[in-house]
Design a protein around this ligand. Sequence first.
Ligand code: HSE
Length: 405
Amino acid sequence: MIQIAILGFGVVGSGTAEVLTENKKLITERCGEEVSIKYILDLRDFPDHPLGNRVVHDINVILSDPEVVLVAEMMGGSHPAYEFTKAALEAGKHVVTSNKEVVANFGAELLSLAGRVGVSYLFEASVGGGIPIIRPMQTDLASNQILSVSGILNGTTNFILTKMKREGAAFSDALKEAQKNGYAEANPTADVEGLDAARKIVILAALAYGVSISPDSISTEGITRITSDHTATADKLGGAVKLIGHTERIRGKIYAAVSPYFVPASNPISHVDDVFNGILVDTDMLGRALFYGAGAGKLPTASAVVADIIDILSHRTAERRLPKWKRAEPADLADTADYACRRCYLFDGCPKCAEKAKKALGTEDCTFITDTKFAVISPVMTARDAALAIEQSGLTPIFVLPVLD
Ligand code: HSE
């Protein structure tokens, strides 16, 4: 019998217990021994839950029990999750987590600590919910240079955007439904303002480039400014507005950002709807690979947590090479003005204004969305050149969205 502890018995924590119970037979076979939840750490009690008698309120009970070999941290938030993770690693326990906030902010330090102690720190569930993305980037794509990673990384906002597009649902109603389904963060501002996606893209950037960037230091915009102008334009052009986390190297420096994009129908990401996430990894040898699946929710996310538990418990004697992440310095980060892509602009105006906008942006790609509103798609330009072209034209777009080709 292998004893483990769960920290945090919310949506994902209770889902992890459910996966371990439901699939006990196959998990026992894969680990070589039965996995038993000895403790559940939470502020609350769960008297009606079959595992209610495992609940403890003091982390030291877990840290000081030599029988506990692995801790699954699903508390959410940075504190005290970071302190508890550090203490568990220092106590020689393996740690798995779904906590993207902790991995994004403290991953470099915790991985280095785990390496020194000789235990594992795995976080498959921190990005893409149940989708395998962390392990494939570390193993299956290891022979490739990563050219870019672009993805829908937040299930809540994708669910909201899909509801708004398909059913004309109000933003607040769609958010309430996402909360009811257990997709949203405790404070959904992190979802709708793009902070959750920012944490996830910096984790993917660290896996791709070995440099850990603070999520607070990247340009982040959520979906709260999306209006019917955006969705009507995307519909007319044949595509969708999606919240995208993107990272790439620009002249050796790392660019990472989160913002709404116009995604044309030719890009498979434009068809990723509801709570699903889709992550496109572009590499030098394989080319593009798309990772797709349930990006949030109790059992999908818990399935990734349990996959990490099985990975560790079935390879306990093997030495694991954990990634080494260097903390980003300002010189590692690209200037956002150097980010080059096509851009979709919506303007108010007549055919004469449309000619002016086309000339300013050096394109013939112009479509009237209504009698008085037209969209122009620029060629690939840096943000700096695009801003200059618009300034010199004297035109003021209703919106501008980068295009994900
Ligand atoms: N709130 C997150 C989301 C949960 O909606 O994607 C999964 O990380």
